[in-house]
Design a protein around this ligand. Structure first.
Ligand code: SF4
Ligand code: SF4
Length: 487
Protein backbone atom coordinates (compact mmCIF):
# COMPACT_ATOMS: atom_id res chain seq x y z
CA UNK A 1 0.00 0.00 0.00
CA UNK A 2 1.37 3.39 -0.99
CA UNK A 3 2.09 6.02 1.67
CA UNK A 4 1.18 8.72 -0.81
CA UNK A 5 -1.98 10.63 0.05
CA UNK A 6 -4.10 12.20 -2.62
CA UNK A 7 -5.17 15.76 -1.69
CA UNK A 8 -8.93 16.20 -1.63
CA UNK A 9 -8.66 19.85 -2.55
CA UNK A 10 -6.93 21.08 -5.67
CA UNK A 11 -5.58 24.60 -5.40
CA UNK A 12 -7.15 26.92 -7.92
CA UNK A 13 -4.90 28.35 -10.58
CA UNK A 14 -6.27 31.84 -11.31
CA UNK A 15 -7.42 32.32 -14.89
CA UNK A 16 -6.83 35.64 -16.62
CA UNK A 17 -8.65 35.37 -19.95
CA UNK A 18 -7.54 37.54 -22.80
CA UNK A 19 -10.14 39.64 -24.59
CA UNK A 20 -11.17 38.80 -28.11
CA UNK A 21 -13.27 40.34 -30.86
CA UNK A 22 -15.52 38.35 -33.13
CA UNK A 23 -19.06 37.36 -34.02
CA UNK A 24 -19.65 35.17 -30.94
CA UNK A 25 -18.19 37.78 -28.61
CA UNK A 26 -20.55 40.34 -30.19
CA UNK A 27 -23.47 37.96 -29.77
CA UNK A 28 -22.55 37.30 -26.13
CA UNK A 29 -22.22 41.03 -25.42
CA UNK A 30 -25.60 41.66 -27.05
CA UNK A 31 -27.30 38.96 -24.92
CA UNK A 32 -25.50 40.22 -21.82
CA UNK A 33 -26.63 43.83 -22.44
CA UNK A 34 -30.22 42.76 -23.06
CA UNK A 35 -30.29 40.52 -19.99
CA UNK A 36 -28.95 43.30 -17.74
CA UNK A 37 -31.34 45.88 -19.19
CA UNK A 38 -34.27 43.56 -18.44
CA UNK A 39 -33.04 42.53 -14.97
CA UNK A 40 -32.05 45.96 -13.69
CA UNK A 41 -34.78 48.08 -15.31
CA UNK A 42 -37.83 45.85 -14.99
CA UNK A 43 -38.59 46.71 -11.33
CA UNK A 44 -38.69 50.40 -12.31
CA UNK A 45 -41.24 49.87 -15.07
CA UNK A 46 -44.71 51.07 -14.06
CA UNK A 47 -48.02 49.50 -15.13
CA UNK A 48 -51.40 51.18 -14.89
CA UNK A 49 -53.28 48.90 -12.53
CA UNK A 50 -56.25 50.49 -10.71
CA UNK A 51 -56.64 49.47 -7.06
CA UNK A 52 -53.35 47.50 -7.07
CA UNK A 53 -49.59 48.23 -7.04
CA UNK A 54 -48.42 49.91 -10.21
CA UNK A 55 -45.12 48.01 -10.58
CA UNK A 56 -45.12 46.06 -13.88
CA UNK A 57 -43.53 42.95 -12.34
CA UNK A 58 -44.06 42.51 -8.62
CA UNK A 59 -44.19 39.40 -6.47
CA UNK A 60 -46.31 40.69 -3.62
CA UNK A 61 -45.85 37.93 -1.04
CA UNK A 62 -47.77 39.55 1.85
CA UNK A 63 -50.70 40.25 -0.49
CA UNK A 64 -50.26 36.80 -2.06
CA UNK A 65 -50.46 38.23 -5.58
CA UNK A 66 -47.92 38.10 -8.37
CA UNK A 67 -48.27 40.90 -10.88
CA UNK A 68 -46.73 40.28 -14.28
CA UNK A 69 -47.75 43.14 -16.56
CA UNK A 70 -51.47 42.61 -17.28
CA UNK A 71 -51.58 39.25 -15.55
CA UNK A 72 -52.39 38.86 -11.85
CA UNK A 73 -51.40 35.46 -10.51
CA UNK A 74 -52.82 34.28 -7.20
CA UNK A 75 -51.52 31.57 -4.91
CA UNK A 76 -54.04 29.05 -6.20
CA UNK A 77 -52.68 29.61 -9.74
CA UNK A 78 -49.30 28.28 -8.61
CA UNK A 79 -49.71 25.32 -10.99
CA UNK A 80 -48.81 27.83 -13.74
CA UNK A 81 -45.41 28.10 -12.12
CA UNK A 82 -45.14 24.31 -12.23
CA UNK A 83 -46.07 24.54 -15.93
CA UNK A 84 -43.39 27.17 -16.57
CA UNK A 85 -40.76 25.03 -14.81
CA UNK A 86 -41.76 21.95 -16.82
CA UNK A 87 -41.57 23.99 -20.06
CA UNK A 88 -38.09 25.27 -19.11
CA UNK A 89 -36.93 21.72 -18.33
CA UNK A 90 -38.18 20.41 -21.70
CA UNK A 91 -36.70 23.48 -23.44
CA UNK A 92 -33.34 22.70 -21.84
CA UNK A 93 -33.49 19.10 -23.10
CA UNK A 94 -34.60 20.27 -26.55
CA UNK A 95 -31.94 22.95 -26.94
CA UNK A 96 -29.14 20.88 -25.40
CA UNK A 97 -29.88 17.90 -27.65
CA UNK A 98 -29.84 20.23 -30.65
CA UNK A 99 -27.18 22.83 -29.92
CA UNK A 100 -25.25 21.62 -26.87
CA UNK A 101 -24.51 23.88 -23.93
CA UNK A 102 -25.82 27.15 -25.37
CA UNK A 103 -27.54 27.89 -22.07
CA UNK A 104 -24.17 27.73 -20.27
CA UNK A 105 -22.32 29.73 -22.88
CA UNK A 106 -24.75 32.57 -23.45
CA UNK A 107 -27.62 32.75 -20.94
CA UNK A 108 -26.67 31.27 -17.56
CA UNK A 109 -26.58 33.84 -14.72
CA UNK A 110 -23.16 32.56 -13.67
CA UNK A 111 -21.80 33.17 -17.19
CA UNK A 112 -23.43 36.60 -17.49
CA UNK A 113 -22.19 37.90 -14.14
CA UNK A 114 -18.72 36.35 -14.50
CA UNK A 115 -18.45 37.95 -17.93
CA UNK A 116 -19.32 41.36 -16.48
CA UNK A 117 -16.84 40.91 -13.62
CA UNK A 118 -14.11 40.00 -16.12
CA UNK A 119 -14.93 43.09 -18.17
CA UNK A 120 -14.55 45.24 -15.03
CA UNK A 121 -11.27 43.54 -14.21
CA UNK A 122 -10.05 44.15 -17.75
CA UNK A 123 -11.16 47.77 -17.61
CA UNK A 124 -9.38 48.48 -14.31
CA UNK A 125 -6.29 46.26 -14.53
CA UNK A 126 -5.70 46.07 -18.28
CA UNK A 127 -5.24 43.23 -20.77
CA UNK A 128 -4.16 39.71 -19.79
CA UNK A 129 -0.36 40.34 -19.71
CA UNK A 130 -0.87 43.36 -17.40
CA UNK A 131 -3.20 41.37 -15.14
CA UNK A 132 -0.78 38.44 -15.02
CA UNK A 133 2.05 40.80 -14.12
CA UNK A 134 -0.05 42.41 -11.42
CA UNK A 135 -1.21 39.07 -10.04
CA UNK A 136 2.26 37.53 -9.88
CA UNK A 137 4.05 40.68 -8.75
CA UNK A 138 4.58 41.73 -5.12
CA UNK A 139 2.14 44.07 -3.40
CA UNK A 140 2.83 47.62 -4.52
CA UNK A 141 0.90 50.89 -4.48
CA UNK A 142 -0.29 50.26 -8.04
CA UNK A 143 -1.39 46.72 -7.23
CA UNK A 144 -3.19 47.85 -4.08
CA UNK A 145 -5.08 50.62 -5.92
CA UNK A 146 -6.04 48.47 -8.91
CA UNK A 147 -7.11 45.41 -6.91
CA UNK A 148 -9.04 47.58 -4.42
CA UNK A 149 -10.77 49.45 -7.26
CA UNK A 150 -11.71 46.16 -8.95
CA UNK A 151 -13.11 44.72 -5.73
CA UNK A 152 -14.98 47.95 -4.95
CA UNK A 153 -16.71 47.98 -8.35
CA UNK A 154 -17.46 44.25 -8.05
CA UNK A 155 -19.00 44.91 -4.66
CA UNK A 156 -21.11 47.74 -6.03
CA UNK A 157 -22.39 45.53 -8.86
CA UNK A 158 -23.06 42.70 -6.38
CA UNK A 159 -24.94 45.07 -4.08
CA UNK A 160 -27.07 46.50 -6.88
CA UNK A 161 -27.75 42.94 -8.11
CA UNK A 162 -28.96 41.97 -4.63
CA UNK A 163 -31.00 45.12 -4.11
CA UNK A 164 -32.57 44.78 -7.57
CA UNK A 165 -33.62 41.22 -6.76
CA UNK A 166 -35.31 42.51 -3.60
CA UNK A 167 -37.10 45.17 -5.68
CA UNK A 168 -39.07 42.44 -7.42
CA UNK A 169 -40.81 41.73 -4.07
CA UNK A 170 -41.47 45.27 -2.83
CA UNK A 171 -42.33 48.52 -4.61
CA UNK A 172 -38.93 49.53 -6.06
CA UNK A 173 -38.82 53.32 -5.45
CA UNK A 174 -40.19 52.90 -1.91
CA UNK A 175 -37.72 50.13 -1.14
CA UNK A 176 -34.67 52.11 -2.28
CA UNK A 177 -35.63 55.09 -0.09
CA UNK A 178 -36.53 52.88 2.90
CA UNK A 179 -33.39 50.81 2.43
CA UNK A 180 -31.11 53.84 2.47
CA UNK A 181 -32.94 55.38 5.44
CA UNK A 182 -32.65 52.12 7.39
CA UNK A 183 -36.38 51.52 7.69
CA UNK A 184 -36.84 48.69 5.16
CA UNK A 185 -38.00 45.30 6.48
CA UNK A 186 -35.19 43.11 7.86
CA UNK A 187 -35.95 40.49 5.18
CA UNK A 188 -34.98 43.09 2.54
CA UNK A 189 -31.59 43.66 4.23
CA UNK A 190 -31.03 39.93 4.64
CA UNK A 191 -31.94 39.10 1.00
CA UNK A 192 -29.77 41.93 -0.34
CA UNK A 193 -26.84 40.91 1.87
CA UNK A 194 -27.18 37.25 0.86
CA UNK A 195 -27.27 38.04 -2.86
CA UNK A 196 -24.50 40.62 -2.60
CA UNK A 197 -22.26 38.01 -0.98
CA UNK A 198 -23.13 35.16 -3.33
CA UNK A 199 -22.79 37.36 -6.44
CA UNK A 200 -19.40 38.66 -5.30
CA UNK A 201 -18.10 35.19 -4.40
CA UNK A 202 -19.53 33.29 -7.38
CA UNK A 203 -18.77 35.80 -10.13
CA UNK A 204 -15.66 37.43 -8.66
CA UNK A 205 -13.82 34.69 -6.81
CA UNK A 206 -15.17 31.23 -7.65
CA UNK A 207 -15.97 31.88 -11.33
CA UNK A 208 -15.30 28.78 -13.47
CA UNK A 209 -15.21 26.61 -10.34
CA UNK A 210 -18.98 27.01 -10.07
CA UNK A 211 -19.37 25.45 -13.54
CA UNK A 212 -16.71 22.79 -13.02
CA UNK A 213 -17.44 21.65 -9.46
CA UNK A 214 -20.80 22.97 -8.33
CA UNK A 215 -23.24 23.01 -11.25
CA UNK A 216 -25.21 19.74 -11.57
CA UNK A 217 -26.22 20.57 -15.15
CA UNK A 218 -22.58 20.41 -16.25
CA UNK A 219 -22.50 16.82 -14.98
CA UNK A 220 -25.60 15.43 -16.60
CA UNK A 221 -25.80 17.45 -19.81
CA UNK A 222 -23.60 14.92 -21.61
CA UNK A 223 -26.49 12.44 -21.23
CA UNK A 224 -28.51 14.71 -23.55
CA UNK A 225 -25.78 14.81 -26.20
CA UNK A 226 -25.72 12.56 -29.24
CA UNK A 227 -23.51 12.34 -32.32
CA UNK A 228 -25.48 15.10 -34.08
CA UNK A 229 -25.43 17.62 -31.22
CA UNK A 230 -23.60 20.85 -32.02
CA UNK A 231 -20.30 21.01 -30.18
CA UNK A 232 -17.34 23.33 -30.34
CA UNK A 233 -14.46 21.39 -31.72
CA UNK A 234 -10.97 21.69 -33.05
CA UNK A 235 -10.42 20.16 -36.49
CA UNK A 236 -7.52 17.92 -35.54
CA UNK A 237 -7.04 16.64 -39.09
CA UNK A 238 -6.57 20.14 -40.43
CA UNK A 239 -4.74 21.54 -37.42
CA UNK A 240 -2.20 18.77 -36.94
CA UNK A 241 -1.56 17.38 -40.43
CA UNK A 242 0.53 14.21 -40.29
CA UNK A 243 3.31 15.64 -38.13
CA UNK A 244 1.36 17.75 -35.65
CA UNK A 245 1.06 21.42 -35.00
CA UNK A 246 3.98 23.81 -35.36
CA UNK A 247 4.61 27.48 -34.77
CA UNK A 248 5.18 29.84 -37.67
CA UNK A 249 8.84 29.71 -38.49
CA UNK A 250 11.33 29.47 -41.24
CA UNK A 251 9.91 27.34 -44.02
CA UNK A 252 6.60 27.07 -42.17
CA UNK A 253 5.00 30.39 -43.02
CA UNK A 254 2.58 29.56 -45.81
CA UNK A 255 0.02 26.77 -45.94
CA UNK A 256 1.79 25.26 -48.93
CA UNK A 257 5.11 25.12 -47.06
CA UNK A 258 3.44 23.62 -44.00
CA UNK A 259 1.52 21.05 -46.01
CA UNK A 260 4.69 20.08 -47.81
CA UNK A 261 6.28 19.46 -44.41
CA UNK A 262 3.22 17.51 -43.15
CA UNK A 263 2.42 20.24 -40.62
CA UNK A 264 -1.17 21.39 -40.02
CA UNK A 265 -2.79 24.84 -39.86
CA UNK A 266 -2.55 25.28 -36.08
CA UNK A 267 0.32 27.67 -35.46
CA UNK A 268 0.28 26.80 -31.74
CA UNK A 269 -0.20 30.44 -30.78
CA UNK A 270 -2.31 29.49 -27.76
CA UNK A 271 -4.78 32.33 -28.37
CA UNK A 272 -7.75 29.90 -28.11
CA UNK A 273 -6.48 28.79 -24.68
CA UNK A 274 -5.81 32.34 -23.47
CA UNK A 275 -9.38 33.52 -24.17
CA UNK A 276 -11.02 30.50 -22.55
CA UNK A 277 -12.87 31.55 -19.38
CA UNK A 278 -12.52 28.06 -17.87
CA UNK A 279 -8.88 27.71 -18.82
CA UNK A 280 -9.01 24.60 -21.00
CA UNK A 281 -7.42 23.78 -24.33
CA UNK A 282 -10.09 22.99 -26.92
CA UNK A 283 -7.45 21.13 -28.92
CA UNK A 284 -7.58 18.34 -26.33
CA UNK A 285 -11.08 17.40 -27.45
CA UNK A 286 -14.53 17.75 -25.90
CA UNK A 287 -14.22 18.36 -22.17
CA UNK A 288 -16.99 18.59 -19.57
CA UNK A 289 -15.57 21.91 -18.32
CA UNK A 290 -16.27 23.56 -21.70
CA UNK A 291 -19.27 25.89 -21.38
CA UNK A 292 -19.58 26.34 -25.17
CA UNK A 293 -19.02 30.08 -25.04
CA UNK A 294 -17.45 29.94 -28.52
CA UNK A 295 -14.75 32.50 -27.68
CA UNK A 296 -12.08 30.07 -28.84
CA UNK A 297 -13.78 30.09 -32.26
CA UNK A 298 -13.47 33.88 -32.37
CA UNK A 299 -9.83 33.68 -31.27
CA UNK A 300 -8.86 31.14 -33.90
CA UNK A 301 -10.83 33.01 -36.57
CA UNK A 302 -8.74 36.10 -35.78
CA UNK A 303 -5.56 34.05 -36.22
CA UNK A 304 -6.77 32.45 -39.43
CA UNK A 305 -7.85 35.87 -40.79
CA UNK A 306 -4.40 37.28 -40.02
CA UNK A 307 -2.83 34.40 -41.91
CA UNK A 308 -5.41 34.80 -44.69
CA UNK A 309 -6.29 31.14 -44.26
CA UNK A 310 -9.86 29.82 -44.20
CA UNK A 311 -11.70 30.08 -40.91
CA UNK A 312 -13.11 27.04 -39.14
CA UNK A 313 -10.08 25.38 -37.53
CA UNK A 314 -12.11 25.69 -34.34
CA UNK A 315 -15.83 25.73 -35.07
CA UNK A 316 -19.31 24.59 -34.22
CA UNK A 317 -19.67 21.10 -35.60
CA UNK A 318 -20.91 17.65 -34.57
CA UNK A 319 -19.23 14.34 -33.89
CA UNK A 320 -20.82 12.94 -37.04
CA UNK A 321 -19.48 15.86 -39.11
CA UNK A 322 -16.03 15.34 -37.62
CA UNK A 323 -16.18 11.70 -38.72
CA UNK A 324 -17.22 12.70 -42.23
CA UNK A 325 -20.86 11.70 -41.71
CA UNK A 326 -24.02 13.72 -42.27
CA UNK A 327 -25.38 15.71 -39.34
CA UNK A 328 -29.11 15.20 -38.87
CA UNK A 329 -30.63 17.88 -36.69
CA UNK A 330 -34.29 16.85 -36.90
CA UNK A 331 -34.23 13.40 -35.31
CA UNK A 332 -37.22 11.60 -33.70
CA UNK A 333 -35.88 12.49 -30.23
CA UNK A 334 -35.61 16.20 -31.08
CA UNK A 335 -38.99 16.20 -32.79
CA UNK A 336 -40.47 14.45 -29.73
CA UNK A 337 -39.09 17.15 -27.42
CA UNK A 338 -40.40 19.78 -29.86
CA UNK A 339 -43.92 18.30 -29.84
CA UNK A 340 -43.98 18.03 -26.01
CA UNK A 341 -42.62 21.58 -25.71
CA UNK A 342 -45.21 23.01 -28.11
CA UNK A 343 -48.05 21.12 -26.42
CA UNK A 344 -47.01 22.16 -22.90
CA UNK A 345 -46.63 25.80 -23.99
CA UNK A 346 -50.01 25.77 -25.77
CA UNK A 347 -51.73 24.27 -22.69
CA UNK A 348 -50.17 26.92 -20.43
CA UNK A 349 -51.17 29.77 -22.77
CA UNK A 350 -54.69 28.34 -23.08
CA UNK A 351 -54.95 28.01 -19.28
CA UNK A 352 -53.87 31.64 -18.77
CA UNK A 353 -55.99 33.01 -21.63
CA UNK A 354 -59.17 31.29 -20.42
CA UNK A 355 -58.68 32.00 -16.72
CA UNK A 356 -61.79 33.10 -14.88
CA UNK A 357 -61.79 36.61 -13.34
CA UNK A 358 -63.20 35.12 -10.16
CA UNK A 359 -63.36 31.83 -8.28
CA UNK A 360 -66.21 30.30 -6.30
CA UNK A 361 -66.05 27.36 -3.87
CA UNK A 362 -69.01 25.82 -2.10
CA UNK A 363 -68.57 23.53 0.90
CA UNK A 364 -71.23 21.91 2.99
CA UNK A 365 -71.28 22.67 6.69
CA UNK A 366 -71.55 19.16 8.09
CA UNK A 367 -72.37 19.87 11.70
CA UNK A 368 -75.23 19.30 11.51
CA UNK A 369 -75.60 17.65 8.10
CA UNK A 370 -79.19 18.89 7.89
CA UNK A 371 -81.86 20.50 10.03
CA UNK A 372 -85.48 19.44 10.00
CA UNK A 373 -87.60 22.47 10.78
CA UNK A 374 -90.90 22.47 12.73
CA UNK A 375 -92.96 22.50 9.52
CA UNK A 376 -91.10 19.38 8.28
CA UNK A 377 -89.01 21.21 5.68
CA UNK A 378 -85.32 20.29 5.50
CA UNK A 379 -82.43 22.73 5.49
CA UNK A 380 -78.75 22.28 4.55
CA UNK A 381 -76.20 25.00 5.16
CA UNK A 382 -73.19 25.73 2.93
CA UNK A 383 -70.20 28.01 2.99
CA UNK A 384 -69.64 29.92 -0.24
CA UNK A 385 -66.15 31.36 -0.82
CA UNK A 386 -65.85 34.03 -3.48
CA UNK A 387 -62.63 35.51 -4.76
CA UNK A 388 -62.46 38.50 -7.10
CA UNK A 389 -59.17 38.05 -8.98
CA UNK A 390 -59.46 41.38 -10.76
CA UNK A 391 -57.93 44.66 -9.72
CA UNK A 392 -61.37 46.25 -10.35
CA UNK A 393 -64.72 45.80 -8.58
CA UNK A 394 -67.25 43.31 -9.88
CA UNK A 395 -70.73 42.08 -9.00
CA UNK A 396 -71.70 38.41 -8.87
CA UNK A 397 -75.05 36.72 -8.48
CA UNK A 398 -75.63 33.40 -6.76
CA UNK A 399 -78.58 31.07 -7.43
CA UNK A 400 -79.30 27.38 -7.15
CA UNK A 401 -80.71 24.83 -9.55
CA UNK A 402 -81.12 21.08 -9.90
CA UNK A 403 -83.22 20.53 -6.77
CA UNK A 404 -86.90 21.15 -7.47
CA UNK A 405 -88.72 23.29 -4.95
CA UNK A 406 -85.51 24.31 -3.15
CA UNK A 407 -85.11 27.90 -2.01
CA UNK A 408 -81.89 29.77 -1.32
CA UNK A 409 -81.48 32.15 1.60
CA UNK A 410 -78.28 34.16 1.88
CA UNK A 411 -79.55 37.02 4.00
CA UNK A 412 -79.94 39.14 0.89
CA UNK A 413 -76.39 38.46 -0.31
CA UNK A 414 -77.51 36.54 -3.42
CA UNK A 415 -76.23 39.50 -5.42
CA UNK A 416 -73.00 40.85 -4.04
CA UNK A 417 -70.52 43.55 -5.03
CA UNK A 418 -66.91 42.46 -4.58
CA UNK A 419 -64.10 44.94 -4.05
CA UNK A 420 -60.93 44.55 -6.17
CA UNK A 421 -59.15 41.30 -5.19
CA UNK A 422 -61.62 40.77 -2.36
CA UNK A 423 -62.14 37.31 -0.88
CA UNK A 424 -65.23 36.67 1.17
CA UNK A 425 -67.08 33.80 2.82
CA UNK A 426 -70.89 33.70 2.92
CA UNK A 427 -73.42 31.38 4.48
CA UNK A 428 -76.02 29.88 2.15
CA UNK A 429 -79.13 28.07 3.44
CA UNK A 430 -80.94 25.75 1.04
CA UNK A 431 -84.34 24.55 2.08
CA UNK A 432 -86.80 22.09 0.54
CA UNK A 433 -90.47 21.57 1.47
CA UNK A 434 -91.33 18.54 3.66
CA UNK A 435 -90.76 15.43 1.54
CA UNK A 436 -93.51 12.84 1.21
CA UNK A 437 -93.24 9.25 2.27
CA UNK A 438 -94.43 6.95 -0.55
CA UNK A 439 -96.35 4.35 1.43
CA UNK A 440 -99.90 5.33 2.23
CA UNK A 441 -99.45 8.88 1.05
CA UNK A 442 -102.65 9.81 -0.67
CA UNK A 443 -101.47 13.20 -1.96
CA UNK A 444 -101.13 13.84 -5.60
CA UNK A 445 -97.54 13.83 -6.88
CA UNK A 446 -96.14 17.40 -7.21
CA UNK A 447 -92.91 18.46 -8.96
CA UNK A 448 -91.81 20.73 -6.11
CA UNK A 449 -92.38 18.15 -3.36
CA UNK A 450 -89.90 15.31 -3.21
CA UNK A 451 -90.50 11.75 -2.27
CA UNK A 452 -88.13 10.81 0.52
CA UNK A 453 -86.71 7.82 -1.38
CA UNK A 454 -85.69 10.08 -4.28
CA UNK A 455 -83.62 12.30 -1.98
CA UNK A 456 -81.13 9.66 -0.92
CA UNK A 457 -78.38 10.99 -3.22
CA UNK A 458 -79.80 14.45 -3.86
CA UNK A 459 -77.55 17.23 -5.09
CA UNK A 460 -77.98 20.93 -5.49
CA UNK A 461 -76.05 23.09 -7.97
CA UNK A 462 -74.84 26.55 -7.00
CA UNK A 463 -74.51 28.84 -10.00
CA UNK A 464 -72.26 31.86 -9.50
CA UNK A 465 -72.22 34.31 -12.38
CA UNK A 466 -70.64 37.67 -13.08
CA UNK A 467 -73.35 40.32 -13.34
CA UNK A 468 -71.21 43.44 -13.71
CA UNK A 469 -67.52 44.35 -13.97
CA UNK A 470 -66.42 41.13 -15.71
CA UNK A 471 -67.42 38.76 -18.45
CA UNK A 472 -67.04 35.08 -17.79
CA UNK A 473 -68.81 31.76 -17.99
CA UNK A 474 -70.90 31.03 -14.87
CA UNK A 475 -69.22 28.76 -12.34
CA UNK A 476 -71.30 25.72 -11.31
CA UNK A 477 -70.62 23.78 -8.11
CA UNK A 478 -72.49 20.55 -7.36
CA UNK A 479 -72.85 19.75 -3.68
CA UNK A 480 -74.82 17.04 -1.85
CA UNK A 481 -78.10 17.80 -0.11
CA UNK A 482 -78.72 15.59 2.92
CA UNK A 483 -82.06 14.48 4.33
CA UNK A 484 -82.90 12.42 7.44
CA UNK A 485 -83.06 8.61 7.09
CA UNK A 486 -86.68 7.69 6.58
CA UNK A 487 -86.90 4.76 9.06
S1 SF4 B 1 -13.06 25.66 -24.81
FE1 SF4 B 1 -13.84 27.32 -26.08
S2 SF4 B 1 -16.05 27.14 -25.98
FE2 SF4 B 1 -15.20 25.89 -24.33
S3 SF4 B 1 -15.23 27.25 -22.58
FE3 SF4 B 1 -13.21 27.43 -23.48
S4 SF4 B 1 -13.39 29.15 -24.92
FE4 SF4 B 1 -15.45 28.56 -24.36
S1 SF4 C 1 -6.01 29.83 -31.88
FE1 SF4 C 1 -6.12 28.39 -33.58
S2 SF4 C 1 -4.05 28.45 -34.38
FE2 SF4 C 1 -3.91 29.34 -32.37
S3 SF4 C 1 -3.42 27.61 -31.03
FE3 SF4 C 1 -5.65 27.79 -31.06
S4 SF4 C 1 -6.26 26.38 -32.65
FE4 SF4 C 1 -4.10 26.75 -32.96
Amino acid sequence: MSDQTVPLYQKRIPIHPRSVKGRFRTLKTGILTLAYLVYFLLPWLRWDRPNAPNQAVLYDLPGRHFYIFGLTVQVQDIFWLAGVLIIFAILLFFVTGLAGRVWCGYFCFQTLWTDLYMMIEHWVQGERPARLRLSKGPWSREKLIKVSATYAIWLLVAFWTGLTFTMYWVDAPTLVVDFLLGRAPSSAYFTTLFLTTTTFVMAGLAREQVCVYMCPYARFQSAMFDHDTLIISYDRQRGEGSKGRARLGKGLKTREERQAQGVGDCIDCGYCVQVCPVGIDIRNGLQYQCISCALCIDACDVVMDNQKWPRGLVSYTSENALNGKKTTLLKPKTLGYGVILTTATAVLIWSIATRSPYTAMVEQIRQPLYTQLSDGSIRNVYEVKLNNKLTAPMTVGIRIEGLAGATLDMDGMERIALEPQERIKLLARVRIPPPRVKEGDAHEKRDDVHEKDDLEHAKVTFVVEALAGATAKPIRRNVPFYVPDHD
